[in-house]
Structure formats: structure tokens, C-alpha cells
Design a protein around this ligand. Structure first.
Ligand SMILES: Cc1cc2nc3c(=O)[nH]c(=O)nc-3n(C[C@H](O)[C@H](O)[C@H](O)COP(=O)(O)OP(=O)(O)OC[C@H]3O[C@@H](n4cnc5c(N)ncnc54)[C@H](O)[C@@H]3O)c2cc1C
Length: 397
């Protein structure tokens, strides 16, 4: 069995499978991608029918990446013949008077600065166009027509299939036990021996610190157990993707949801509403408190969205203290490139994969990623106060 490759990718979730694909397009059979569980497993962050994709970000560092992400998803769709992005339109909602760096005025400002069309709507205008919503008079909305969903499960499978088409070797059920870097190469230890590479890409999600440990590094990453619930609404036609947008409720307790897609059911969740866990201590059980918060919100604001619960699915966020991504070489280890997702990266997965491939092969990328450097204070300064978007993390007692 071959044990030396130009680049080894560790982790075949959303980001790692994308990196394997973009690397294989350039160097074909010199790529090995390794996954500890079976491909498509449900223990990480990436395996569900849908993730929101949007230009509407409060922070221009993400808005500027949205257009290239849409473009690259279109390329992957063209190459595979599989539709991955479904544009449903997207509504950001908040109460009038909401302030802070993540409010709607920041989303509007960043989109205006990048020439992205959007509409600002009163509560009455939202309810006229989408009578599915029941909003208080002092709510407001922002609509962006290109928002929609990425079919995460299909995206991962397509990236892996195309990586193989281009010559990559993909190995699942093969945990990496240790990662070591010396000046000339990187060693990847597994039960099938030590693999070596000129460069390693780490896309290990909630297991990031386990792998960084081999390099003598620990980052202040918080892993939370999040959940989404599918509701078998009887009002299917009202919530079909051509009639109902993806939506985000921007508030200290932020919620989001999808039209009927993937299951014959609507889907919604709370952003960063889960408890702090590790990849080992997490459960696959629904959190009843988070569930109740979601139901209360939906009963008040989108009552016909609800129906018998089809199922609740748990999933992990891995968040640096500032909730920005990390996309960089590991400090002191120029042959190891890493991505940490911050709990909001799927929309950019194929783009991040391309960026990782460029960093691994050329040490630089054409895309603006300065914000995501590993040597920023949020990663290096132990006194940096965590600021998770919308919701404080609830510590498990
Ligand atoms: C409930 C929920 C809702 C979300 N909604 C959105 C959304 O609407 N829009 C959006 O853009 N993003 C969203 N996200 C975030 C997005 O899904 C994640 O940012 C993304 O999936 C992260 O992918 P990843 O590849 O970093 O992690 P993962 O998918 O967890 O992949 C990491 C992989 O590495 C493997 N691995 C780890 N260690 C090893 C090892 N030692 N050896 C071999 N393999 C290893 C793991 O098994 C795993 O498969 C959401 C996340 C959750 C949980």
C-alpha cells in the first residue's frame, strides 16, 4: 500500500471533502483523504439535508466570500450534474430597536457596499408577502433573493466522488492517531502504519485539538451540541421552497429555519443554543430546553410551520472565541494547513476547500482570509473573552 503522498487531508466532513476535491483537481493521485468514521457519518457537523447559504452577513469578511462560494458551488454542480444549491430567497428578521454588530443594519450595509440587491420590509410587508409569518408590528425584515440552502449531504458525497474521479485515494474507518511535523515532511500515524506527506490539511471539526495536541498546540475552541427539528407540517404547500424562504431571527436567542426540503417536513433550530460538550461527551439526544424554546418561538411567529415532530437531529459547532473561522497554516508548522469552522461554514465549504488546496500547494490564496489567521488574539490571548453570536453558551452542570 502506498504510504507517501504530496498532500494528506485529515477529515472528510464538509471542509475536508471539499479540500480533497480541489486538491485532486490539481494533483490527482497524489492526494490521500482520511476519515476516522464511515463516509457520511453523523457524529460531526456536516451531515444533514440543508444548510443556509446567503450573502446577508453582518460582517463584510463573509459577504465578500459569498459570491465566490456561489460561483464555485455552480462549478461543482456543473461537473457532477447534481444540484447542490437551491435558491429559495432568504428573510432576516428582527425587532425594531435591535442594535449591535449583528443587527440588520449591518447586513444591509455590507450588502450595499458589495452591490448586492436586497429589500427592507416592514412587518406588515413581510406578512403580506408571506402570510405564514405572524410578526409583531415592531418587527422588520430584510429579503435577499439569492439566499437558499446547500444540500450538505449531497455536497459531501459529490466532493468525495469527484475527488476520486480526479485520482484521489479516500480512506474511511481509519482514525489518525497522531500528527507529527518535522522540517521536511509531516507524519500521519494510523493503525495501518505511518503515512507521510509534504503537506497535511487538517479539517477535523470538533476533534481539532486532539490532532493539534501532537504538535504541542491547544486552541481555545468551544464545541457545542446543537440540534434541528423536522416538523411534519400538514401545510406542505405553504412551506414549499417556491413559496417560503429560509429565514433567520436575529435576537439574543436567534432561530433559523427552512422550507420543506430533504424530508416531507419543515426544519428549524436555534443558533448556538446548545450546551458545551466535547466530541466524546456529546450525546445524540434532543435537549428538551432547547426544543421548548424553539417550539415557543414557532408557535408565536410561524404557527403553521409546526406539525408532529418527525425527528430532532444533533450536530456539533466548533467555535473559536470570536466565532470567526481559522483558515491558515498552523503557527510553527508551515506544512500543516488547518480550517476551523466556527459553526457557520457550510455555505462556504467548497470555497474553503479551494482555499485550503491553494494554501497547501502554493502557500497563498487569491481569496481574502486575513481575518481568519491563527495568530489573532482570539486564538493566542488567553484573556480574550468569548463572544458567541446571539447566545451565550450554557455550560453543562
Ligand atoms: C445544527 C447545525 C446547523 C448549521 N447550520 C449552518 C447553516 O445554516 N449554514 C452554514 O453555512 N453552516 C451551518 N452550520 C455549520 C456547518 O455545518 C459547519 O461549519 C461545517 O459542517 C463544518 O464542517 P467540518 O468539515 O469542519 O466538520 P465535520 O463535518 O465535523 O468534519 C470533520 C471530520 O474530521 C473527521 N476527523 C476528526 N478527527 C479525525 C482523525 N483523527 N482521523 C480521521 N478523521 C478525523 C471527523 O470524523 C469528521 O468527519 C451548522 C452546523 C450545525 C451543527
Amino acid at each position: 500500500m502506498r504510504h507517501n503522498y504530496d498532500v494528506i487531508v485529515i477529515g472528510c466532513g464538509g471542509l475536508g471533502s471539499a479540500a480533497a476535491y480541489w486538491l485532486a483537481r490539481e494533483i490527482g493521485s497524489d492526494v490521500l483523504a482520511i476519515e476516522q468514521f464511515g463516509l457520511g457519518h453523523e457524529r460531526g457537523s456536516s451531515q444533514d439535508h440543508s444548510r443556509i447559504i446567503r450573502h446577508s452577513y453582518h460582517d463584510p469578511n463573509y459577504t465578500v466570500l459569498a459570491a465566490p462560494a456561489y460561483d464555485l458551488w455552480a462549478k461543482v454542480e456543473a461537473e457532477s450534474g447534481v444540484q447542490i444549491v437551491h435558491k429559495t430567497g432568504g428573510l432576516d428578521l428582527e425587532m425594531l430597536g435591535t442594535t449591535g454588530p449583528k443587527d440588520l443594519s449591518h447586513c444591509a450595509a455590507t450588502m450595499a457596499a458589495h452591490g448586492i440587491p436586497y429589500e427592507e420590509l416592514s412587518a406588515a410587508e413581510v406578512m403580506y408577502r408571506w402570510p405564514q409569518f405572524t410578526l409583531p408590528d415592531d418587527a422588520r425584515g430584510l429579503y435577499q433573493a439569492d439566499s437558499g440552502l446547500v444540500d450538505a449531504r449531497k455536497a459531501n458525497a459529490v466532493h468525495i466522488a469527484l475527488a476520486r474521479l480526479h485520482g484521489a485515494t479516500v480512506r474511511d474507518h481509519l482514525p489518525v492517531r497522531a500528527l507529527r511535523s518535522n522540517g521536511d515532511a509531516v507524519e500521519v500515524e494510523t493503525s495501518e502504519g505511518v503515512f507521510t506527506a509534504d503537506h497535511v490539511v487538517v479539517a477535523a471539526g470538533a476533534w481539532t485539538n486532539t490532532l493539534l495536541g501532537g504538535l504541542g498546540i491547544t486552541w481555545p475552541l468551544t464545541v457545542t451540541q446543537e440540534q434541528v427539528t423536522y416538523f411534519a407540517t400538514p401545510h406542505l404547500r405553504e412551506f414549499a421552497p417556491d413559496r417560503f424562504p429560509v429565514w433567520i431571527w436575529r435576537a439574543p436567542q436567534g432561530f433559523y429555519g427552512f422550507p420543506v426540503y430533504g424530508e416531507v417536513a419543515t426544519k428549524a433550530g436555534q443558533d448556538a443554543g446548545g450546551e458545551e460538550v466535547t466530541a466524546e461527551t456529546r450525546t445524540f439526544e434532543s435537549n428538551p430546553r432547547a426544543h421548548e424554546r424553539l417550539i415557543n418561538f414557532l408557535e408565536s411567529h410561524i404557527p403553521r410551520f409546526l406539525g408532529p415532530e418527525l425527528y430532532t437531529k444533533t450536530c456539533l459547532y466548533t467555535m473559536p472565541p470570536d466565532r470567526h473561522f481559522v483558515i491558515d497554516a498552523v503557527p510553527g508548522h508551515p506544512r500543516v494547513t488547518i480550517a476551523v469552522d466556527g459553526g457557520h461554514a457550510f455555505k462556504f465549504a467548497t470555497l474553503i476547500g479551494r482555499i485550503l488546496s491553494q494554501l497547501a500547494l502554493r502557500g497563498q490564496t487569491e481569496y481574502p482570509i486575513d481575518t481568519f489567521q491563527a495568530n489573532r488574539a482570539a486564538i493566542t490571548d488567553p484573556t480574550f473573552q468569548p463572544m458567541f453570536r446571539n447566545e451565550a453558551v450554557v455550560h453543562r452542570t
